[in-house]
Design a protein around this ligand. Structure first.
Ligand SMILES: [Ca+2]
Length: 169
Protein backbone atom coordinates (compact mmCIF):
# COMPACT_ATOMS: atom_id res chain seq x y z
CA UNK A 1 0.00 0.00 0.00
CA UNK A 2 1.24 3.42 -0.86
CA UNK A 3 2.17 5.62 2.08
CA UNK A 4 0.23 8.49 0.53
CA UNK A 5 -2.97 6.45 0.47
CA UNK A 6 -2.52 5.47 4.10
CA UNK A 7 -2.04 9.14 5.02
CA UNK A 8 -5.14 10.11 3.07
CA UNK A 9 -7.12 7.39 4.85
CA UNK A 10 -6.00 8.64 8.25
CA UNK A 11 -7.00 12.18 7.35
CA UNK A 12 -10.47 11.04 6.30
CA UNK A 13 -10.85 9.06 9.54
CA UNK A 14 -9.75 12.07 11.59
CA UNK A 15 -12.21 14.30 9.78
CA UNK A 16 -15.05 11.87 10.52
CA UNK A 17 -14.15 11.78 14.21
CA UNK A 18 -13.90 15.57 14.45
CA UNK A 19 -17.18 15.95 12.64
CA UNK A 20 -18.87 13.63 15.12
CA UNK A 21 -17.43 15.55 18.07
CA UNK A 22 -18.71 18.85 16.70
CA UNK A 23 -22.15 17.43 15.90
CA UNK A 24 -22.60 15.54 19.18
CA UNK A 25 -23.62 18.25 21.66
CA UNK A 26 -27.13 18.87 20.33
CA UNK A 27 -29.09 20.92 22.83
CA UNK A 28 -30.82 18.80 25.46
CA UNK A 29 -34.06 20.70 24.80
CA UNK A 30 -34.06 19.46 21.22
CA UNK A 31 -33.24 15.94 22.35
CA UNK A 32 -35.97 15.93 25.01
CA UNK A 33 -38.60 17.23 22.59
CA UNK A 34 -37.61 14.56 20.07
CA UNK A 35 -37.92 11.84 22.71
CA UNK A 36 -41.36 13.08 23.71
CA UNK A 37 -42.49 13.21 20.08
CA UNK A 38 -41.22 9.68 19.50
CA UNK A 39 -43.36 8.55 22.44
CA UNK A 40 -46.46 10.22 21.01
CA UNK A 41 -46.37 13.22 23.36
CA UNK A 42 -47.07 16.72 22.04
CA UNK A 43 -44.61 18.86 23.96
CA UNK A 44 -46.84 21.90 23.44
CA UNK A 45 -49.84 20.19 25.03
CA UNK A 46 -48.44 18.75 28.26
CA UNK A 47 -48.25 20.43 31.65
CA UNK A 48 -45.13 22.57 32.18
CA UNK A 49 -42.45 21.70 34.68
CA UNK A 50 -41.69 18.28 33.24
CA UNK A 51 -38.28 16.66 33.08
CA UNK A 52 -37.01 13.46 31.55
CA UNK A 53 -35.52 11.02 34.06
CA UNK A 54 -34.25 7.80 32.52
CA UNK A 55 -37.02 6.62 30.22
CA UNK A 56 -39.77 8.48 32.04
CA UNK A 57 -41.22 11.99 31.96
CA UNK A 58 -41.69 13.33 35.49
CA UNK A 59 -43.93 16.05 36.90
CA UNK A 60 -44.12 17.24 40.52
CA UNK A 61 -40.70 15.84 41.36
CA UNK A 62 -41.66 12.37 40.16
CA UNK A 63 -45.06 12.12 41.88
CA UNK A 64 -46.55 11.84 38.39
CA UNK A 65 -44.76 9.92 35.64
CA UNK A 66 -45.32 8.80 32.06
CA UNK A 67 -43.00 6.30 30.40
CA UNK A 68 -41.33 6.74 27.02
CA UNK A 69 -40.80 3.18 25.79
CA UNK A 70 -43.94 1.46 24.49
CA UNK A 71 -42.18 -1.87 24.18
CA UNK A 72 -40.93 -2.04 27.75
CA UNK A 73 -42.71 -4.22 30.28
CA UNK A 74 -43.16 -1.79 33.14
CA UNK A 75 -43.98 -3.26 36.53
CA UNK A 76 -46.25 -1.38 38.93
CA UNK A 77 -44.54 -0.57 42.21
CA UNK A 78 -46.28 -0.80 45.57
CA UNK A 79 -47.97 2.46 46.50
CA UNK A 80 -48.73 3.56 42.94
CA UNK A 81 -51.69 3.62 40.59
CA UNK A 82 -50.41 2.41 37.21
CA UNK A 83 -52.40 2.95 34.01
CA UNK A 84 -51.31 1.29 30.78
CA UNK A 85 -51.94 2.24 27.16
CA UNK A 86 -52.49 -1.37 26.13
CA UNK A 87 -54.43 -4.26 27.60
CA UNK A 88 -52.80 -6.64 30.08
CA UNK A 89 -50.50 -3.97 31.50
CA UNK A 90 -48.47 -3.31 28.35
CA UNK A 91 -47.36 -0.27 26.44
CA UNK A 92 -46.74 3.20 27.81
CA UNK A 93 -47.49 3.56 31.51
CA UNK A 94 -48.83 6.54 33.45
CA UNK A 95 -48.34 6.43 37.22
CA UNK A 96 -49.31 8.60 40.18
CA UNK A 97 -49.31 8.15 43.94
CA UNK A 98 -50.22 11.53 45.42
CA UNK A 99 -53.90 11.71 46.47
CA UNK A 100 -56.34 14.56 46.14
CA UNK A 101 -55.41 16.20 42.88
CA UNK A 102 -57.53 15.94 39.73
CA UNK A 103 -55.17 14.54 37.14
CA UNK A 104 -56.18 15.57 33.63
CA UNK A 105 -54.46 13.00 31.48
CA UNK A 106 -54.10 15.30 28.47
CA UNK A 107 -51.57 17.18 30.62
CA UNK A 108 -49.42 14.05 30.66
CA UNK A 109 -49.75 12.80 27.09
CA UNK A 110 -52.20 10.09 28.13
CA UNK A 111 -55.72 11.23 27.28
CA UNK A 112 -58.10 8.54 25.97
CA UNK A 113 -55.39 5.89 25.95
CA UNK A 114 -55.95 3.70 29.01
CA UNK A 115 -56.61 0.03 28.31
CA UNK A 116 -55.63 -1.56 31.64
CA UNK A 117 -54.68 -0.51 35.14
CA UNK A 118 -53.20 -1.73 38.40
CA UNK A 119 -53.93 -0.01 41.69
CA UNK A 120 -51.16 -0.91 44.13
CA UNK A 121 -52.45 1.57 46.68
CA UNK A 122 -54.77 0.34 49.39
CA UNK A 123 -57.00 3.38 48.83
CA UNK A 124 -59.53 3.78 46.04
CA UNK A 125 -59.38 6.03 43.03
CA UNK A 126 -61.83 7.09 40.37
CA UNK A 127 -61.66 8.01 36.71
CA UNK A 128 -63.91 9.94 34.35
CA UNK A 129 -64.58 9.88 30.62
CA UNK A 130 -64.02 13.64 30.23
CA UNK A 131 -62.27 16.51 31.93
CA UNK A 132 -65.53 18.43 32.16
CA UNK A 133 -68.91 17.96 30.54
CA UNK A 134 -72.19 16.29 31.28
CA UNK A 135 -72.81 13.47 31.30
CA UNK A 136 -69.38 12.41 32.47
CA UNK A 137 -69.40 8.69 33.23
CA UNK A 138 -66.95 7.55 35.87
CA UNK A 139 -65.54 4.26 37.09
CA UNK A 140 -63.97 3.14 40.34
CA UNK A 141 -60.36 2.13 40.70
CA UNK A 142 -60.56 -0.04 43.77
CA UNK A 143 -57.61 -0.35 46.11
CA UNK A 144 -55.34 -3.34 45.50
CA UNK A 145 -57.25 -4.33 42.35
CA UNK A 146 -56.17 -4.57 38.71
CA UNK A 147 -58.07 -4.71 35.42
CA UNK A 148 -56.31 -6.19 32.39
CA UNK A 149 -58.95 -4.91 29.96
CA UNK A 150 -61.55 -2.14 30.10
CA UNK A 151 -64.17 -3.39 27.63
CA UNK A 152 -66.43 -0.58 26.43
CA UNK A 153 -64.46 1.83 28.63
CA UNK A 154 -61.37 1.27 26.53
CA UNK A 155 -59.51 4.47 25.53
CA UNK A 156 -61.97 6.70 27.40
CA UNK A 157 -60.06 7.74 30.52
CA UNK A 158 -59.47 11.50 30.72
CA UNK A 159 -59.45 12.42 34.43
CA UNK A 160 -58.18 10.51 37.47
CA UNK A 161 -58.33 11.15 41.20
CA UNK A 162 -56.63 9.18 43.96
CA UNK A 163 -58.35 9.11 47.33
CA UNK A 164 -56.91 8.47 50.78
CA UNK A 165 -59.68 6.08 51.84
CA UNK A 166 -60.22 2.43 50.79
CA UNK A 167 -64.00 2.80 51.05
CA UNK A 168 -64.89 5.62 48.67
CA UNK A 169 -66.10 3.38 45.86
CA1 LIG B 1 -55.29 2.04 24.73
Amino acid sequence: MKARNVWRGLCVALAVVLGALVAAPASSATTDAARLAAAGIDVGAIAPGWSIVGDEVWWDGGQIRRTLDAAADYPCSAGWLCIYRDANFKGYMFVAQDPGEYLYLANYGFNDQASSWINRRSADGRWWYHEKSQPNPYRCVYGNVSMGGLGSDNDQMSTVVLYTSPSVC
